[in-house]
Design a protein around this ligand. Structure first.
Ligand code: NAD
Ligand code: TDX
Length: 336
């Protein structure tokens, strides 16, 4: 099995490559990554050089993407498309890279898969559905209407629509998945959980947007990637699979849990994110029933404990970028 993994030097993609290499002894992976600020070469450390290649290129470039996809000729070969600009806060400051990577990048990947008749799995987010009220009884299902709020989620929604159109109009063999908030090792320190962990580890005060009432539906990155592998193995082209682990928690709850686990006292409430989505929640029943996939890391406290340990033990992975990320936040963030 040969896979081209776009965005494979980022958080979820790199964890995916580690899982594939560990669990599929016959697999070869080519990581296609433009190595933006969000990528980290060290995330691919420890992988066997004869089974993993890293090609530094923009997936929106039709030549390099077409060439790599054209090398996939086996019946189990596929492209797994993780590459994207992924951070909401950045999309509010500078939307253009999101349009480029998420929409034009996905267009180029689709065209390459169409030209070479290669199977594609497109990785997307629950944010395309917009947000829910705190007391809304309905969770997101594959039938929920798209209603994205931020430039990030709007460009992911646009990418999903392109994938659906290329399936229907050109018969591209693509599956889609929309997953909830991931956490785990190798996540960039700009994101909520690693930001707070690394802030505590460097002696600072954690930062909660607004009151912290916003709810996110947390899933461990390994559970997300196990679902992606199940879709590659047993998913039906043209279908959308929702991935979530019933992990709803308010940001305030997660903050308090992190402080407790790290034996830390006190955090600041800071300026809220403009247009901040209130709540996401995934109903993954159809994915569970049809693919037999089950999340394994459902104890958030234990998952966070292991994640904290990973950041403690891998300071060289995140320390070089921590100061820059905090300086960027400091430009707009005010303590309430
Ligand atoms: P990330 O920002 O950590 O990694 C993204 C990777 O894509 C980086 O290595 C970056 O260099 C690369 N990249 C960006 N633009 C590129 C381009 N034009 N060409 C080639 N490579 C490019 O993101 P992540 O959190 O690992 O997310 C991966 C995917 O999963 C994204 O598509 C995201 O929308 C989706 N997703 C993320 C979450 C989450 O909670 N993080 C949840 C659901 C879905
Ligand atoms: O310092 C912070 N304080 C805080 O309260 C940060 C960075 C975030 N937050 C809040 C905002 C959100 O309600 O925490 C929540 C999570 O924030 P992020 O980690 O930025 O994630 P979110 O915006 O929910 O989006 C994430 O999940 C869906 C990923 O970044 C997306 O790529 C994915 O599609």
């Amino acid at each position: 099995m040969r896979l081209v993994v776009t965005g494979g030097a980022g958080f979820i993609g790199a964890n995916f490559v580690h899982t594939v290499i560990r669990e599929h002894p016959d697999a070869h992976v080519t990581v296609l990554d433009s190595m933006t600020y969000a990528a980290n070469r060290a995330s691919l450390d420890g992988l066997p050089a004869d089974r993993v290649d890293l090609v530094e290129a923009d997936c929106a470039n039709p030549e390099s993407t077409g060439r790599l996809v054209g090398e996939l000729t086996g019946p189990r070969d596929a492209v797994v498309h993780f590459a994207a600009e992924s951070h909401n806060d950045n999309s509010l400051a500078t939307p253009w890279p999101f349009v480029h990577s998420n929409i034009i990048g996905t267009y180029a990947v689709l065209e390459a898969c169409r030209r070479h008749d290669v199977r594609l799995h497109h990785v997307s987010t629950d944010e395309v559905y917009g947000d829910l009220q705190l007391d809304d009884p309905a969770k997101f299902t594959p039938a929920t209407a798209y209603n994205p709020s931020s430039p990030y989620s709007a460009t992911k929604a646009g990418a999903d629509m392109l994938v659906r159109a290329w399936v229907r109009s050109f018969g591209v063999r693509a599956t889609l998945s929309n997953c909830s908030n991931n956490y785990g090792p190798r996540q960039h320190v700009e994101k909520f959980i690693p930001r707070q962990i690394t802030t505590i580890l460097t002696g600072g005060r954690p930062r909660l947007y607004g009151s912290g009432a916003n709810v996110r539906d947390w899933i461990h990155v390994d559970d997300h990637n196990a679902a992606v592998l199940a879709i590659l193995d047993r998913g039906e082209p043209g279908r959308t699979y929702l991935i979530g682990a019933d992990g709803e928690r308010s940001n305030l709850d997660v903050m308090q849990l992190l402080c407790e686990l790290m034996d830390h006292d006190g955090f600041d409430h800071v300026t809220d994110r403009p247009g901040h989505d209130l709540r996401y929640a995934i109903d993954a029943t159809a994915t569970r029933d049809e693919l037999g996939w089950r999340p394994q890391h459902t104890d958030l406290r234990e998952g966070l404990r292991q994640t904290i340990d990973w950041y403690r033990e891998n300071r060289a992975w995140w320390e070089p970028v921590k100061e820059r990320v905090e300086a960027q936040y400091a430009r707009t963030e005010r303590v309430l």
